[in-house]
Ligand binder design. Sequence first.
Ligand code: FAD
Ligand code: SF4
Length: 476
Amino acid sequence: MGKEPVRIKERDSQVRSGDFEEVVLGFSEEQALEEASRCIQCKDPKCVTGCPVGIDIKTFIGQITRKDYDGAYATIRAKSNFPSICGRVCPAEYQCRKACVFTKKNEPFASEKAINIHFLERFVGDHGARQGGRLAGPARSAGTPQQKVAVIGSGPAGLCCAGELAREGVRVVIFEALHKTGGVLRYGIPPFRLPRTILDAEIDQLQNLGVEIRTNTIVGKAKLIEELFAEGFSAVFLGLGAGTPSFLNIPGENLCNVYSANEFLTRVNLMSAHTFPQNHTPINVGEHIVVIGGGNTAMDAARVAIRLQKMRGIRLDTTISYRRTEVEMPARRLEIEHAKEEGVKFEFLVKPEAFTGDEKGFLKKLRSSRCALGEPDASGRRRPVVIPGSSFEVPCDTAIVAVGLGANKVLTSATPGLLTDKYGDVIVDSQTMETSIKGVFAGGDIVGGEGTVIEAMGMAKKAAAAILRYLARQAV
Ligand code: FAD
Ligand code: SF4
C-alpha cells in the first residue's frame, strides 16, 4: 500500500560507536516532504489516539506537505512543549506509529510502512528551535497577578510545567537536586541520542521567560515544602521522577565494578567520566561487560559501555542479558537495532543467579540460568521460567544492572500528609494532578505510568492548567 518509507540517514556504525555525537541525522526538507506525502490523511486518524497527549498528527503532517512549517510547529506545541526532544526519544513504534493505518493488525509494534511520525515531528521541532522561541509565543506577563510557584525537579515534567506557568505570567522557581538541569534527559539519555544543544536551548528559552533555576537544592533536605509556602510560594509542583535503581538481590551484587545503570550513565552523561582524567570522575570498564535488562536504560548503558571500550582500545565485548526474548524487550526498536549495529551482543532467555569475584572483591564472573517462556504475567508478557540444571558461567569484569527504577523517597518521607502508594509513588487526582496536600501538584514518573518523556510532559501540562485555576481562586 502506497509509497516506500523514506529512510533517515544515520552515521556509520563503525565510526559512531567510538564517539558521543548524534547517531540519527534528521530529515532534510526534501525527505520530510516526501515522507509527509505518504500520509493518506485518514478520515478517522488512528495515529492521534496512539499519541499519549493527543497531538493532531494528521493536521501537522498536512501542514508539512503545504510547507507550512510554522503552522505545523504550532499544531504540535498545542499538545507537546518539546517537539525536538520528543521527536528524538518518543517510543513511536508503540504509540502513534503502531496506531497508524499502515501498521498491520496484531503486530506487537509499528510496521516498517507506518508513517515516520516521530522523524517528521523532529523535523518540525528543529525548525521551531531554529527560530529561538519565536514560534512558542510571548509570555502573557501584563495584567497577570505575580504569584509564585515552586517546581521541584527539572526533568521533562518540571520543565514543561514551569514553561506553561511562565507563559501565563506566573513567577516560577525550579529547585533541582543535581548541579545541572534536565533530569533523565541529561543524566540518563546519552548525547548520541539527544544532543545537549537541543536540551540547553529549551532550558534557555525557559530562562528567557523569567524562570529562575536553583540547582544543588534537595527539597525535603535543604528545604521543606511547608517552608516554601511560608516563603510566599502559592503552589508547588512535584516533578521528582523515579531515580532510585532496583537491584537483582543476588549474591555478589556488592562486588567492585557492579554498577546500577543509573550510576553508570550519570558518571558518563552528567560527570563526563568518558573524558577522565581531564574530568575528575572515573569509570571502570573491563574486557567483558554484561548489561542486565531489556529497556531503554539497558540499551543506553550498553551503547555507552561499548563506546568506552572502543575509546580505550579494549576489544569490544559488551552483552545485554535479558530474561525474555527480543519481542518482549520494552526498549525502543530503533535503539535495539542501533545497539546491534554498534557491536552489542544479546543473550536472550537468561536469568542472572550470582556474581563472583576475586580475593580483592573485584567482579570476575556471572552465573546465570537459561529460561523458557511460560504463562503471561501481570504485564501481559510471558513469564520467564528457569530451566532446571541449565546454569552456566561467563567471564564478566563489569556488570551494569538495568532492571528498573522506583520513586526516590527523600521528599515524600519528609512531607507529612503527602499520600503515596505501595511503590512510593505520589497519589494524585487524575483530573487535576493535585496531591493529598492542598496546593501541591505532581506529575511525571513520580506518579507512575508508562515512564516516558511525552507522558511526563502530558501530566505536567494538565497539572499546570490546574495550578492556574488554583491560583485564580487564591487571587479572589
Ligand atoms: P526525571 O527526568 O527523572 O527528572 C526528575 C528530576 O527531579 C531530576 O533532575 C532529579 O534530580 C530531581 N529531583 C528529584 N528529587 C528531588 C528533590 N527532592 N529536590 C530537588 N530535585 C529533585 N523515555 C522516553 O520517552 N524515551 C526514551 O528513549 C527514554 N529513555 C530513557 C533512558 C534512560 C536511561 C532512562 C532512565 C529513562 C528513559 N526514559 C525514556 C524515561 C523518561 O526519561 C522518563 O519517563 C522521564 O524523564 C520522566 O520525567 P520526570 O520529569 O518525571 O523525571
Ligand atoms: Fe497519516 Fe497514519 Fe495518521 Fe492516517 S493514521 S493520518 S496515514 S499518520
